[in-house]
Design a protein around this ligand. Structure first.
Ligand code: AVJ
Length: 332
């Protein structure tokens, strides 16, 4: 199988101590990252891609978010998958190659191992280091499943290395990560997922649903301030990657539901007028001016079903929790 390498990507194979194999299909060079960050900061409004949220600390903070009482998506999706794993297995069959897009701690996929009995598990995540720990541990618990870890950034294009193997593919895209894309980009992503899945392929995807503001906003602005730390960690990344001089204490975490766009927005808001400086650039921010750091789109059941069909999936099945807060779609 051929896969295009984006400019700035290197191909590197790495061996580890466990029997899980690891492949890294991208390593953006520092110059490309700096350029991307500088371009975002100079934008109107200033922005930073949410992919920079997930360094080692950011991934751990996200894990902590999933334990918060206010953050309902993870546990609601888990309830749905636990309740309907059997239905899912009956529809997709056992013994597939399970491809986990944005695997993180691999916990969601692991809970499906019993019902789906995959022959191979391919965990894809932007944070390879995090994947190494998670997969190493999982491989020893499930020696019968061939495991491959893939470090990849598919925010631009979804491509898999030959190590992902052939065989009937079930793509898993849990957690409503699809919400980070604009609806247009989500459609592009779903079309790519359809083609990567191949004939007989299926996609199991978690989608967060539209609901009242008083439920949505606290989920992204929790009382313990874990989400604030998760968002503010971006400033540390700006300093480390770009050589920026941002001070954490100069910014507030802001999370708001934009009803017109049907999305939660996260921002970093300057507490006072200030200028961010880095080796070959600077960005002045007025007091109260924001850096846009994340969108998390919410869908209606029918709206997402329409998107799947537009992407070329002919058969869709969906399950929700009893409050209709979250949905899991199976598309073939
Ligand atoms: C990982 C993108 C699904 O949008 O709910 C959680 C990220 N941001 N709290 C989400 C997130 C703030 C999360 N996704």
């Amino acid at each position: 199988m051929e896969f295009p390498l984006r400019q700035g990507m290197l191909l590197a194979h790495t061996a580890v101590m466990t029997s899980a194999r690891f492949v890294q299909i991208y390593r953006e060079d520092g110059a490309a990252l700096r350029q991307e960050l500088a371009r975002g900061l100079m934008g109107e409004p200033a922005s930073v891609s949410p992919k920079f949220l997930y360094d080692a600390l950011g991934s751990r903070l996200f894990d902590a978010i999933t334990e918060l009482p206010e953050y309902y998506p993870t546990r609601t999706e888990r309830t749905i998958l636990d309740a309907h794993g059997g239905d899912i297995a009956a529809l997709v069959g056992r013994g597939r190659t399970l491809i986990d897009l944005g695997a993180g701690n691999c916990e969601k996929a692991a809970r499906l191992f019993d019902v789906l009995a995959p022959l191979r598990y391919v965990a894809v995540d932007i944070s390879v280091d995090y994947l190494r720990q998670a997969l190493g541990c999982l491989q020893s618990q499930h020696p019968g499943i061939e495991m491959v870890g893939v470090g990849a950034d598919f925010s631009v294009s979804l491509t898999l290395p030959p190590e992902a193997g052939r065989g009937e593919r079930l793509l898993l895209y849990p957690g409503s990560s699809i919400g980070n894309f604009t609806p247009d980009d989500a459609l592009r992503f779903l079309r790519q997922a359809r083609s990567v899945g191949g004939a007989g392929g299926a996609l199991l995807i978690g989608v967060d649903l539209v609901k009242p503001k008083p439920v949505l906003e606290p989920a992204y602005d929790d009382a313990l301030k874990v989400t604030a730390a998760f968002n503010l960690n971006l400033l540390r990344r700006l300093n480390a990657l770009l050589g920026c001089d941002a001070r954490i204490e100069d910014f507030d975490h802001v999370a708001l539901y934009n009803e017109g766009e049907s999305r939660i927005e996260m921002h970093l808001q300057a507490r006072r007028a200030l200028t961010l400086r880095w080796p070959d650039g600077a960005r002045a921010l007025a007091a109260g001016e924001r850096i846009h750091t994340e969108n998390s789109y919410k869908y209606t059941l029918d709206g997402f079903d329409r998107l799947l069909r537009q992407a070329g999936f002919a058969r869709t099945t969906r399950w929700t929790d009893e409050r209709d807060w979250f949905a899991v779609f199976l598309a073939a």
